[in-house]
Design a protein around this ligand. Sequence first.
Ligand code: CP
Length: 320
Amino acid sequence: HRDLLGISRLERHEILYLLAEAEQWVEFNHRSKKRSKALRGLTIINAFFENSTRTLLSFEIAGKRLGADVVNMHAAQSSVKKGETLIDTAITLNAMRADAIVIRHGSSGAVELIASKVDCPVLNAGDGQHEHPTQGLLDALALRHALAERGEASEDFTGLVVTICGDILHSRVARSNILCLTALGATVRLCAPPALMPAGVEAMGAAVFDNFDAALDGTDVAMMLRLQTERMNGQFIPSAREYHHLYGLTKHRLDRCAPQALVMHPGPMNRGVEIDSDVADMLDRSIITQQVEMGVAIRMAALDVLTRRARGVAGWNDGE
Ligand code: CP
């Protein structure tokens, strides 16, 4: 692959390869001096057409720790605001001879369109409701580390039950996680208000629930998602108070899960709506901050691997 557009494009062995590559960067990021020369002389453009805290910053940190020159384009301060089309923006970025372009966009498929117009690797940092592949990968890495810390080290997630609850309809995180987790052998349960459950998810190998208590019964991992009100278009959803009553992860509800079940959230969190603070902050159960930490390592691995061909380094893109 030249690009990282979605987990759906990756084979299981490629997912495992990226996770294995990220391990060296987890170690590296614990050093006091965190500067590699691997990508020295390369230019990475982060083009974000939607807001971001975690993804933008971690891609920027990842690129800089690898020694690349990193520049950020925020759509709000760009010529997109003057009516420039997405294709013209892509052609403009391409003319600057970037060595990799990281893109977040509010429309599903926009990242693939840009990838078709440029000559360098493109990394999808979240496109509409479609995919957020580095989130799926970082969640898998965080889960793997949390299980290893408990002495349950395993290359994949065979036998693990993961319940993803929230606004599944609008969630690119849910989609990438369903694909990544099922590829690695986990059983995935999905829970959402009926209006926020997309059709066809069973075909992706997930089981559908609208009762959260039933979805949590015996689960090993509860992955909570926020309501993406900015993407809603007339769907009926409960009020924040009703939503919390029906779908909020409380300490009481956590007791329905398997003993020592883990709690995940990709962020940003709406505390008191989809997750209570006393659950989000449980040091022995919640791995939310570890997810953020793994995000830097996964993005370092993705940037390293996808720029190998340009650097004349063997691996990944060989033969394609
Ligand atoms: N999880 C995630 O994508 O967060 P940001 O929107 O802050 O990047």
